[in-house]
Design a protein around this ligand. Structure first.
Ligand code: GLN
Length: 232
């Protein structure tokens, strides 16, 4: 292979676990739609990178502090984040849903949350959404650093529900994670690859150029299908 134009190895922050976008396979390797997409784009655009699985909130903060060059973590392209970050073209549509324990029947809507606890992940759109309706529906927010801890809090019964992205919860439910989705998806923002505002523009342009090439070649669809099947 050709040597990268700059010898630079980009440091890319990501979540610790956010299947099917980033998660560890049986051998401990980070795989998923984001991981495969970045890998294919780096090959197409001839750049080197290193994955830093910091956790979602920590990755976003590391990007803001310029401790990493980019973040790919199922990160929603929101207006608020656009103040601090430049995003690639959107690569996956998403939005927030509510999930409860699989064997529960009592929580069917936001109205049923009154007086109860709801688990969320710090720094996420799920958290922001829960916060935006918590006083109206009278529930308490219990924050966690990663999705696994958040789901466990619902499974042990400490929290009655959690809010997370639809594609992630739908994948988890299919993998028998012990939860079920009980609401329609709230309108949400698509995922994008992020760099700090005004920095690493070359990397951002390469990501966008690579994404166009992967869509044209069918590789983008193959990556999606590998993790979520044809109806994704
Ligand atoms: N899409 C959500 C957000 O950007 C959650 C991302 C995540 O938890 N990795 O806030």
């Amino acid at each position: 292979a050709e040597e990268p134009a700059s010898g630079k190895t980009y440091q890319i922050g990501t979540d610790v676990t956010f299947a099917p976008f980033e998660f560890q396979d049986a051998s401990g390797k980070f795989v998923g739609i984001d991981m495969d997409l970045l890998d294919a784009i780096a090959k197409d655009q001839n750049f080197k990178y290193e994955i830093k699985p910091l956790g979602f909130n920590a990755a976003v903060q590391a990007l803001e502090a310029n401790q990493v060059d980019g973040v790919i973590a199922g990160m929603s392209i929101t207006d608020e984040r656009k103040q601090k970050f430049d995003f690639s073209d959107p690569y996956f549509d998403s939005g927030v849903v509510m999930a409860i324990r699989q064997d529960q029947e009592s929580i069917k809507s936001y109205e049923d949350l009154r007086g109860k606890k709801v688990a969320v992940k710090t720094g996420t759109e799920g958290y922001s959404f829960a916060e935006s309706i918590s006083s109206k529906y009278g529930f308490t927010i219990v924050p966690f650093d990663d999705s696994a801890q958040m789901y466990d809090d619902v499974k042990t019964g400490n929290s009655v529900a959690c809010f997370d992205d639809f594609p992630v919860l739908a994948y988890g439910v299919k993998q028998n994670n012990g939860l079920k989705i009980v609401t329609d998806m709230e309108p949400g923002a698509s995922y994008g690859f992020a760099v700090s505002k005004g920095r690493n523009q070359e990397l951002l342009q390469k990501f966008n150029a690579g994404l166009i090439n992967l869509k044209a070649s069918g590789e983008y669809d193959r990556i999606k299908e590998k993790y979520i099947g044809e109806n994704a």
